[in-house]
Design a binder for this molecule. Structure first.
Ligand code: AMP
Ligand code: MG
Length: 521
């Protein structure tokens, strides 16, 4: 049994394996991974797959519609050469060292090299227990799996670095879940997503060995990581200078990822260091959400309701903090931490300049103007304004418009129905300034340029929930339609506007799944 891709075992060949074969929750010492087996499922059914990701893996349409595909990507069968493993990692959760975490509900079924020579790692999420499952079941439910599948592909098409999703299978099994950890568990339909990335190494993959003072494994893992995934950084051989360059690259790609999140209004929700990819990819789609009204203090994660540690506006500084934890983890391999310190300090400056450039583009201007942007953010916050609709509509404004016309143009973005009174006050001054800037230094082809950075279609929280509600009733039409629409987030797609490019309806404001999610999501 096989598909045409070439399975590559470098990861498991080169890194130390857990010598204990028992698949029971425990501390795994001195090893980067444990051998595991997916849990067979009762009635696997492929609900949706991504042809774009299939192509990356050299899988054709026929492969994707085969029974073998469903069996393999639901965890019921293994192809020749597949030897599944779960990775050992630790992490800082909500600012505190949490010790060993690891792939508790994910397992890599294969690493492959495709026909273009690219490396891809294939993980099943929700395929049963591993030594890292602690007291949980290793399973995933349909609602969270739909959220992961849809969002990772939507992010990719938005141009945001992300892990990908190949497939979503229902398992036919029931999973016992307490959605809000409030003592009301229920059975929910189980599902398995196959997610795909160059590797699933996280900041926490390095932190675990530093925390255990296992510098030998730490060095083995870092040397392996650089050799395998960052070979361009090696000149003659690997030295501490190479480590520093590697850390600088992780800082750089992380910075780019966060700038993209801020651009599209994505809130990750659980930026623990175990959820930070060393490739600067958005990873671990749990209680994430999309900004509706512009509110920097908003987080969708009810587990973070008290401190809002991972709110939209804090993502840049949290990423910085997480990078500091990664620097601390690899610091024991250095004689002096000065190089790491300098790189870390540079993150703040580089983030600021990348963010300013992104905001300049969102506004369609040739230069960044601090006062203009600051006033804009104040306005967006003061009058409950839909961020996505606002920026999209802004492209329709022309330098010749009157201020009244400008306000009229952006008015569909206001949630607050009393906007007319308040809006004229706060927007008057801003549009005077903006129109002035448009006259003197708008970018060429401004509307087209703005529409390439300001999406029309994002995975609004309530849309994901509606697709989930329908799927739970057996109707997959919305899941499939949303998936297609979100592949072209910057295109006008007028036929989908009424359904998919509207402000959040009032009923969704406080509804579970729409604005409130927990880590069980
Ligand atoms: P997450 O919140 O998804 O980043 O998960 C944090 C840790 O909890 C990771 O080690 C996960 O593997 C583990 N985990 C989360 N949910 C489950 C589950 N249902 N079964 C086993 N482990 C889980
Ligand atoms: Mg995680």
């Amino acid at each position: 049994m096989s598909f045409t891709f070439q399975i590559d075992t470098t990861f498991t060949d080169k890194l130390p394996a857990d010598p204990v074969a028992h698949n029971v929750p425990r501390q795994v010492m001195g090893a980067c991974y444990s051998w595991v087996q997916p849990k067979p499922v009762q009635q696997p059914k492929l609900l949706i797959h991504s042809p774009e990701v299939a192509e990356l893996l050299d899988l054709n349409d026929e492969d994707c519609h085969s029974d073998l595909f469903t069996q393999v990507f639901s965890g019921n069968a293994l192809l020749d050469g597949m030897k599944p493993y779960a990775m050992c990692y630790g992490g800082h959760q909500f600012g505190n060292w949490a010790g060993q975490l690891g792939d508790g509900r994910a397992m890599t079924i294969a690493d492959i090299i495709n026909s273009k020579g690219e490396r891809w790692s294939l993980q099943l999420k929700g395929a049963g227990k591993t030594p890292y499952s602690r007291n949980a079941d290793g399973l995933a439910v349909l609602r969270s799996s739909i959220r992961e599948f849809l969002c990772s592909e939507a992010m990719f098409h938005l141009g945001v670095p992300t892990t990908r999703a190949l497939s979503l299978c229902a398992t036919g099994d029931q999973v016992w879940r307490d959605m809000f950890y409030d003592g009301h568990p229920e059975y929910e339909p189980g599902a398995v997503v196959c997610r795909v990335a160059p590797s699933f190494l996280r900041f926490g993959s390095f932190e675990i060995f530093a925390a255990r003072n296992d510098l030998k494994t730490l060095k083995t893992l870092l040397d392996f990581t650089i050799t395998t995934y960052f070979p361009h950084l090696i000149e003659d051989n690997i030295t501490t200078d190479t480590y520093a360059k590697w850390f600088a690259e992780v800082c750089d790609t992380t910075k780019d990822m966060i700038v993209h999140w801020q651009r599209v209004g994505f809130v990750h929700g659980v930026m623990n260091t175990d959820n930070m990819s060393i490739h600067g990819l958005t990873i671990d789609y749990g209680p994430y959400g999309w900004l509706e009204d512009y509110n920097p203090d908003w987080t969708p994660n009810t587990t973070d309701a008290q401190f809002h540690r991972y709110a939209y506006g804090k993502q840049p500084s949290i990423a910085h903090w997480n990078l500091m934890k990664l620097a601390q983890a690899i610091a024991p391999l250095f004689d002096s931490v000065e190089a790491l310190q300098t790189i870390l300090n540079d993150y703040a400056t580089q983030y600021k300049s990348a963010w300013q450039d992104m905001m300049r583009q969102k506004l369609g201007l040739k230069t960044f103007d601090e006062a203009l942007v600051e006033q804009l953010m104040n306005n967006l916050e003061r009058i409950e304004t839909d961020m996505t609709i606002f920026f999209r509509k802004l492209a329709d404004i022309s330098a010749q418009n009157t201020i009244e016309q400008c306000i009229q143009t952006i008015s569909p973005a206001f949630y607050d129905t009393s906007w007319q009174n308040k809006a004229s006050e706060v927007w008057q001054a801003w549009f005077e300034d903006y129109l002035g800037q448009l006259k003197s230094h708008a970018v060429d082809n401004r509307k087209a340029a703005m529409n390439q950075v300001n999406p029309k279609f994002v995975l609004r929280n309530y849309l994901a929930q509606l697709a989930i509600d329908k799927a739970n009733e057996g109707d997959l039409s919305m899941l499939h339609e949303l998936f297609e629409v979100l592949k072209r987030p910057y295109a006008e797609q007028p036929q989908f506007e009424a359904q998919y490019a509207q402000k959040r309806p009032d009923w969704a404001k406080e509804k579970a799944g729409c604005s409130m999610l927990s880590c069980s999501s």
